[in-house]
Design a protein around this ligand. Structure first.
Ligand SMILES: *[C@@H]1O[C@H](CO)[C@@H](O)[C@H](O)[C@H]1NC(C)=O
Length: 217
């Protein structure tokens, strides 16, 4: 009986430890406004002196402005993360505005550190994410103004404007620094490059095709 109790305690301890350590920790103070100039390396950014904290540390202006979508994707992400708002440091939350020209896409990518919840403010937007191996099931939907959709942490997802007007969306992310891994860039545009024969085998194409795709990045 005592042994079973001990095992149960262990299980609880392991579960608790991993849930706590895998996500941004609960702050142990009101705030820890980032001091990017600090030489101290911690998991996040060092705090500046609370006495010198000002309203601007928690402020961002500009999400009323449309991003410039004149690029190959026809979309533009305007981030509001700890890089733009130092007051977000240690708080586990951030925001993006995304603009999409008609038929513009936000290409397949993942956020290694955040779940995202996206709300469409204007237009019609197809969204989708793919479940992990072995199913790799695409879960997709067309969103209208006022609709919200969730992209679970780590899963590959994308969006496409399927209307004739611009789309504006706001995404909230569960990390001060969600990170972005664009699939095509990571695989075909790494520096130095992944060996072409590895890509040819992985994508089951001729080496010349892998080389051609690599040349685009
Ligand atoms: C938008 O980006 C394109 C391509 O970089 C550039 O030529 C154009 O001037 C930009 N437009 C505005 C309004 O900044």
């Amino acid at each position: 009986m005592a042994k079973q109790y001990f095992l149960l305690l262990n299980l609880i301890a392991v579960t608790f430890c991993c849930v706590v350590l895998a996500f941004e920790p609960s702050p142990l103070q009101d705030f820890c406004v980032a001091d990017p100039a600090s030489p101290v390396k911690v998991n996040g950014l060092a705090c500046k002196d609370p006495e010198s904290v000002v309203a601007e540390d928690f402020f961002f202006c500009g999400l009323h402005l449309a991003g410039n979508t004149s690029n190959i994707f026809g979309s533009k992400v305007t981030p509001v993360t700890v890089a733009q708002v130092p007051g977000l440091n240690t708080l586990g939350i951030s925001l993006v505005r995304i603009d999409y020209a008609p038929w513009g896409i936000n290409p397949p990518h993942t956020h290694p550190r955040a779940t995202e919840i996206l709300t469409v403010l204007e237009g019609s937007l197809q969204v989708g994410f793919v479940t992990s191996n072995p199913e790799n099931r695409l879960i997709t939907k067309v969103l209208k103004k006022g609709d919200t959709f969730v992209f679970p942490i780590g899963l590959v997802h994308y969006q496409r404007n399927v209307g004739y007007g611009n789309v504006v969306a706001i995404g909230a992310l569960s990390s001060q620094n969600p990170g972005v891994i664009s699939i095509a860039n990571a695989v075909f545009g790494s520096e130095p490059a992944i060996e072409t024969d590895v890509l040819a085998k992985a994508f089951q194409v001729d080496k010349s095709v892998a080389t051609l795709i690599q040349s685009k990045f």
